[in-house]
Design a protein around this ligand. Structure first.
Ligand code: SF4
Length: 369
């Protein structure tokens, strides 16, 4: 059963909105979408979801809008109303290239800001303004200014999971796909990599560059442990464990593969595994499972409470009322864009980098300001 909307809120939402009835027209227009989500949405739930899905898809056409659906969105959003799907940077780049006038970010606030930075002339909306991120909120632009004053001449790299203000203060951005490449491109024996301490430790294990970092973390990925992996292997002999480098180093070392969200999905598809675990946010397995039916996914996972603020109901209202516009000051757009562009100017790797789990731990200190 779908992990969200199990408490009748969808029915309550539709009660005062006669346009959200499950009519024959709605059924005919949405039946093909049900096949994509039938592994997580029961037939009893579908008549409540289908009218909203239909109405959102109609509104998109009327308003020339696109919905950017992050991999951690629930399957009904990801597969039934999402137009562009992927991780945060891929989404923002696709949005900038699209002809749409309106972008709805089905994801968290820093992602909407990144979309605005790369597509400043489009109207960017977020369905729930409270959709934040433990990692992005761990650091501010002012913190970065103080770090730069304390470490003059040391290049500062920021993970894309940060606010536009933080991006604007850094030299270059990175993703979990290219973090090692970005760090090594700077020609410095020491680099400050912000704000995820776990990504920093995982990158440090893969490079000879000395890494300094910040005490930020993703509240979803930091919870996994090496013991979780051992328990999964004991319970499911032969299972393949795929994890994200926002997890502690011991987790990456105990897994079979570690890489970015996109690399995890690709590896699950290409590995030939019969049984796999994506050690990440709950909806990611649900969404990948729809595309890789030949793999049985064991689904231990952690919900991201921020991602789960985005629902079909608030996407509908956001688009209908064109509410919750995300704005970024021009000067910040310019700085953040330069930081993203510096990363994009690096040669594109043939495929997203993975993290070699056999590499030993290296010392990583926190910056002192
Ligand atoms: S999964 Fe982690 S990094 Fe992503 S939005 Fe949630 S807290 Fe932030």
């Amino acid at each position: 059963m779908d992990r969200m909307n199990m408490d009748g809120t969808l029915q309550d939402f539709a009660q005062d909105r006669p346009e959200l009835a499950y009519t024959d027209e709605v059924k005919a227009a949405t039946d093909h979408l049900y096949a994509k989500v039938s592994h997580v949405v029961t037939p009893m739930e579908w008549p409540a979801k289908a009218p909203l899905i239909h109405a959102i898809n109609q509104l998109k056409k009327e308003k020339n809008a696109v919905i950017l659906a992050h991999n951690y969105m629930t399957a009904d959003i990801f597969h039934c109303v999402g137009d562009l799907m992927g991780d945060s940077l891929a989404l923002a780049r696709m949005a900038a290239e699209s002809e749409a006038d309106i972008i709805v970010q089905a994801g968290v606030h820093f992602m909407a800001e990144t979309a605005k930075v790369l597509a400043p002339n489009k109207k960017v909306l977020i369905p729930d303004t409270r959709a934040g991120c433990s990692l992005a909120s761990s650091i501010t632009g002012e913190d970065v200014r103080r770090i730069k004053a304390a470490y003059p001449g040391v290049p500062v790299v920021t993970y894309v999971n940060t606010s536009a203000d933080v991006k604007a203060e850094c030299d270059i951005c990175c993703t979990s796909s290219n973090a090692v490449q970005v760090v090594e491109s700077l020609g410095s024996d020491t680099v400050i990599l912000l704000p995820d301490q776990y990504l920093a430790k995982n990158v440090a294990a893969q490079t000879d560059v000395t890494i300094l970092t910040w005490a930020g973390s993703c509240e979803v990925h930091e919870q996994f442990t090496a013991q979780d992996i051992q328990d999964l292997r004991d319970a499911h002999p032969g299972v393949v464990i795929i994890t994200h480098p926002e997890s502690p180093l011991e987790v990456v070392q105990a897994a079979d593969f570690a890489g970015s969200t996109a690399a995890m999905a690709d590896w699950a598809k290409d590995s030939g595994a019969k049984k796999a675990v994506l050690l990440t946010e709950c909806s990611m397995s649900d969404n990948v499972a729809a595309d890789v039916p030949e793999v049985e996914f064991i689904r231990p996972c952690n919900l991201c409470p921020h991602m789960k603020r985005i629902t079909l109901e608030n996407i509908y209202d956001c688009l209908r009322l064109e509410q919750h516009e995300v704005t970024v000051p021009d000067a910040v757009i310019e700085g953040a864009r330069a930081s993203v562009q510096a990363m994009l100017d690096l040669p594109k790797p043939a495929k997203p980098a993975s993290f070699d789990p056999t590499k030993p731990e290296k010392r990583v200190d926190l910056v002192v300001i």
